[in-house]
Design a protein around this ligand. Structure first.
Ligand code: SF4
Length: 243
């Protein structure tokens, strides 16, 4: 299938390096627009915390996710036509997704509403991801508090080129799109082809092709949780996230 990440990507065309400089400048401007809106929304989001119980946690999480969309719209509106992200392009979903408890409960509840066949596919992909992580040395939640280990596991995941468990195999689209996490909403690419080249092999994707918003730091902290991070495969396979 031509649309899966390449294991043997060709080297980056030097001409692309020049374009990346331009993308970097525009990314900076989008970031500034995002920051302004995120700062304005912060007191409102702060007032949502703390929460009690799973239902309230999910409700508050969705309010934060809505806020992220507001920030995204403000940041990307002037350059929307230049962004190549679209449904069915799942290259950036071939990396390790770590979420907070509020997101885990929300995603898990969304998963439960899917048809059995879709849930089975998600579970199969989650098992493959967990196996890959364990092979790379994953031992448990404490690994996400250890920065070098986290980077090592993230690199292993990108090298393996496995999809996020929630990426539909045939559609290459997120099957819980409305309930996806903050990191899933926080990167936009100028060139789809670069995503295609740079996921699924050892090496870092050229971050400058992306608009990556500071909202990850400005809004993610408002997602209810105890500070722990959870890989997508554990969201699927660990029933403690049943709400
Ligand atoms: S949850 Fe959905 S959008 Fe996020 S990485 Fe997984 S498939 Fe992609």
């Amino acid at each position: 299938m031509s649309d899966t990440p390449s294991q043997n990507p060709s080297p980056i065309d030097p001409a692309i390096v020049e374009r990346l400089k331009d993308y970097q400048a525009r990314t900076q401007k989008a970031q500034e627009r995002a920051d302004k809106v995120a700062v304005r929304l912060a007191p409102e989001l702060q007032a949502l915390l703390p929460v009690r119980g799973a239902d309230e946690t999910i409700e508050r999480t969705k309010q934060v996710l809505d806020a992220v969309e507001t920030v995204n719209e403000a940041a990307t509106a002037p350059i929307n036509s230049e962004i190549e992200c679209r449904k069915g392009c799942g290259f950036c979903c071939h990396q390790l997704l770590l979420v907070k408890v509020g997101e885990a409960l929300t995603m898990r509840r969304a998963m439960k509403k899917l048809r059995r066949a879709a849930r089975r596919e998600i579970e199969t992909q989650a098992k493959a991801q967990l196996k890959m992580l364990r092979r790379a040395g994953y031992q448990g939640s404490q690994d996400w508090k250890n920065q070098p280990k986290m980077v090592q596991l993230g690199d292993a995941a990108r090298t393996a080129g496995l999809p996020c468990p929630f990426l539909g195999r045939a559609s290459q689209a997120c099957v819980i799109y409305e309930d996806r996490a903050v990191p899933c909403r926080s990167a936009f690419a100028f060139e789809r082809n670069l995503c295609k080249q740079h996921y699924g092999f050892q090496g870092k994707p050229p971050q400058t092709q992306y608009i990556e918003f500071g909202v990850i730091h400005r809004t993610e902290k408002f997602i209810p949780g105890d500070g722990s991070l959870i890989p997508a495969c554990e969201v699927v396979l660990n029933d403690r996230f049943d709400a």
